[in-house]
Design a binder for this molecule. Structure first.
Ligand code: NAD
Ligand code: DAU
Length: 331
């Protein structure tokens, strides 16, 4: 199969590309703007061809999809909730105009699309788990614009019969994740002896999914999903943020709990995510293989081993972002 993977130089996209090349023998073309979160280094060992462009560039997108592609998988997005609160602009552009450009190219060429989305489009749930029928309630500029992208993609099935499928994943973690997200940020801060900034009371709950499991769930939908359908790819483990941070402290040599610092909460902070993957299991047979205990050990080990990957990242733009996000909170 020849795949066009938009946003394939980011965290989940690059793990998906690695699996598809090494396990399925696919030919992969990555289409990525290489924002701060996308890196060519993430594609090491895959041999994937790289087109550097924004998904919103309609001419380049149409040309890429027209080049003998069998299916498009669209990961390209702005993905950090805190940045969407600081500067929503790029979120609106990429998720609205960018998603439009991708689905329109798929309509024109007849190439099927798998759109990658998130459990955050459903909002927060106190008890039980979200299903594919739960109403959309994006609470941050990130999740609201992702929900808009999903609805646009879905409308192309209803209106034009375009072959689209949507995968909504829960909080993912593992190798190659940019260190602005909870788990890699806490690992690197713990390693460097920096404070560990926990928002609010630390009792918000996230539903953790190891990135290799998410990538396999996406492959299951790509190969076995029905056009026009949404599939939740929910992780096997729920944990409060403070439980996650304490586990990281136990795993990082030299770290201790005195580094944990409770800071001002994220505005509009969703309390709990929980995503049912029952449909994906029932209809296609996918199930997560990696429990949190194993996944977090593998993730910490990867960051301990791959200083060469993260050290060049943590100055420059990252430092400026970190200061904006945490400077006053940690002062
Ligand atoms: P990431 O931030 O690591 O990577 C995003 C990639 O998209 C980067 O390579 C970036 O350069 C590229 N990109 C951004 N804007 C672009 C544009 N306009 N044109 C082309 N490329 C562009 O993100 P991630 O965590 O790998 O997330 C990938 C997808 O999965 C996103 O759609 C996200 O909403 C979804 N998702 C993420 C999680 C999670 O926990 N990280 C969970 C569920 C769903
Ligand atoms: O649920 C899927 C979503 O998971 C994806 O769609 C998003 O792209 C991804 O960023 C993630 O969103 P979250 O907001 O849940 O992830 P984040 O890693 O930013 O935060 C996880 C939890 O940890 C959340 O409750 C906020 C908290 N947190 C986060 C950071 C960065 C802290 O307490 N301190 C921090 O410094």
């Amino acid at each position: 199969m020849k795949l066009l993977v938009c946003g394939g130089a980011g965290f989940i996209g690059s793990n998906f590309v690695r699996q598809r090349v090494l396990e399925n023998g696919d030919e992969v073309v990555v289409y990525d703007k290489l924002t701060y979160a996308g890196r060519e280094e993430n594609l090491e060992g895959t041999g994937a061809k790289l087109i550097v462009a924004g998904i919103e560039d309609r001419e380049t997108m149409l040309a890429a999809v027209s080049d003998g592609i069998d299916a498009v998988v669209n990961f390209a997005a702005e993905t950090h909730v805190d940045r969407s609160i600081q500067e929503p602009d790029a979120f609106v552009k990429t998720h609205a105009l960018g998603t439009y450009s991708v689905v329109e190219a798929c309509r024109q060429t007849g190439v099927p699309l798998v759109q990658i989305s998130t459990d955050e489009v459903y909002g927060s749930i106190e008890e039980g788990s979200f299903t594919e029928e739960s109403p959309l309630e994006g609470n941050s500029p990130y999740s609201a614009t992702k929900a808009g992208g999903d609805m646009l993609v879905q409308s192309y099935f209803t209106t034009f019969g375009t072959d689209v499928k949507i995968c909504r994943g829960s909080n993912s973690y593992g190798p190659y994740q940019y260190p602005e997200k909870l788990i890699p940020l806490m690992i690197l801060n713990a390693l460097r002896g920096d404070k560990l900034p926990v928002y609010g009371d630390g009792l918000n709950v996230r539903n953790w999914l190891f990135v290799e499991d998410f990538a396999r769930g996406i492959s299951a939908v790509l190969e076995g999903g029905k056009a026009g359908e949404v599939y939740n790819v929910g992780g096997p483990s729920e944990a409060t943020n403070i439980e996650v941070v304490k586990r990281i402290v136990e795993l990082v040599p030299g770290a201790d709990e005195s580094l944990i610092t409770y800071v001002e909460d994220r505005p509009g902070h969703d309390r709990r995510y929980s995503l049912s993957a029952a449909k994906l299991k029932r209809e296609i047979g996918w199930e997560a293989q990696v429990q949190f205990d194993e996944g977090i050990e593998r993730t910490v080990a990867w960051y301990l081993d791959r200083k060469d990957w993260w050290e060049p990242l943590i100055d420059g733009d990252y430092r400026a972002y970190y200061e904006r996000q945490y400077g006053a909170r940690l002062a």
